[in-house]
Design a protein around this ligand. Structure first.
Ligand SMILES: NC(=O)c1ccc[n+]([C@@H]2O[C@H](COP(=O)([O-])OP(=O)(O)OC[C@H]3O[C@@H](n4cnc5c(N)ncnc54)[C@H](OP(=O)(O)O)[C@@H]3O)[C@@H](O)[C@H]2O)c1
Length: 241
């Protein structure tokens, strides 16, 4: 990793899986990291002991996002990057769950929170830039393909992908804005053998790559001076299967 920073790197929803892995790698590289978390878990205390600033925020609540923005200004200051990692993945047909609730939830997490954070932390990103600063939107392969069972989720991630274009134009040249669009990165513990096999078979590379491919891609984006408004696809070649 060649880049150096003068501000903190903010990763949302970073107490597990992909986000947590990126935090651990950034700490190893000597970076200063701030995360958001929704649920208080033991890992939050461990990260605080390692010097990570951990800010609680539930993105389904607009007031909570406003409090987060205020704390970023008051307690953190310049930002080298914002990585919009927080995500929820509800299916559309959970018995007894109102479809409005599902749509509201995915739009809140994947659209409203990134929109507000980008708009209201622009000053922090400009102050944290050393040459440039970065915004990275974590979307999903389904943005290009749609999804039969996660329609609301796919639509909200497509909106997030679109915001990459708008923010890249609005914030150039000092703040670069790009998308990472993964397909399978990590299975969930409850995924059974049949689901795993069917999912692995969707890409030509046929592996569960783990969170490291996201960190590698982040490092590439942070290093690169000539890429904005673009998308890196991390999908094992699903489109050519
Ligand atoms: N894992 C994959 O295979 C895969 C595939 C394609 C795309 N992606 C994308 O890659 C990113 C990382 O994936 P992941 O599997 O590591 O995610 P994950 O395990 O689902 O974790 C996402 C985090 O988002 C937080 N979150 C959810 N709802 C929230 C809310 N209302 N307010 C604030 N935080 C909220 C959760 O916080 P709490 O734990 O505190 O509740 C959780 O820690 C996501 O953007 C995902 O869409 C992942």
């Amino acid at each position: 990793m060649r880049w150096t920073t003068q501000g903190h790197i903010l990763i949302t929803g970073a107490t597990q899986r992909v986000g947590l892995h990126c935090v651990e790698q950034l700490l190893e590289a000597g970076e200063r990291v701030v995360i958001t978390y929704r649920t208080e878990k033991p890992v939050v205390a461990s990260l605080r002991e390692l010097g990570v600033i951990c800010l609680q925020a539930d993105f389904s609540n607009p007031a909570s996002i406003q409090m987060l923005v205020a704390r970023l200004h008051r307690d953190v200051g310049p930002l080298r990057a914002i990585v919009h990692n927080a995500s929820c993945w509800p299916v559309d047909n959970v018995p007894g769950v109102d479809l409005n609730t599902i749509l509201d939830e995915v739009l809140a997490v994947h659209v409203r929170a990134p929109y507000l954070l980008n708009m209201q932390c622009e000053d922090l990103l400009r102050r944290g830039a050393q040459g440039w600063s970065d915004i990275v939107h974590l979307t999903d392969y389904v943005v290009e393909k749609g999804s039969v069972n996660h329609i609301a989720y796919a639509a909200s991630k497509a909106a997030l992908a679109n915001m990459t274009l708008s923010f890249a134009r609005r914030f150039a040249p000092q703040i670069k804005v790009n998308t990472l669009a993964p397909s399978l990165l990590m299975f969930n513990p409850e995924d059974d053998a049949a689901y795993r096999s069917k999912t692995l078979d969707k890409s030509v590379l046929g592996i569960e790559p783990g969170p490291g491919v996201v960190f590698d891609a982040l490092s590439y984006l942070f290093d690169n001076s000539y890429m904005t408004g673009r998308e890196l696809k991390l999908d094992g070649g699903r489109h050519i299967r």
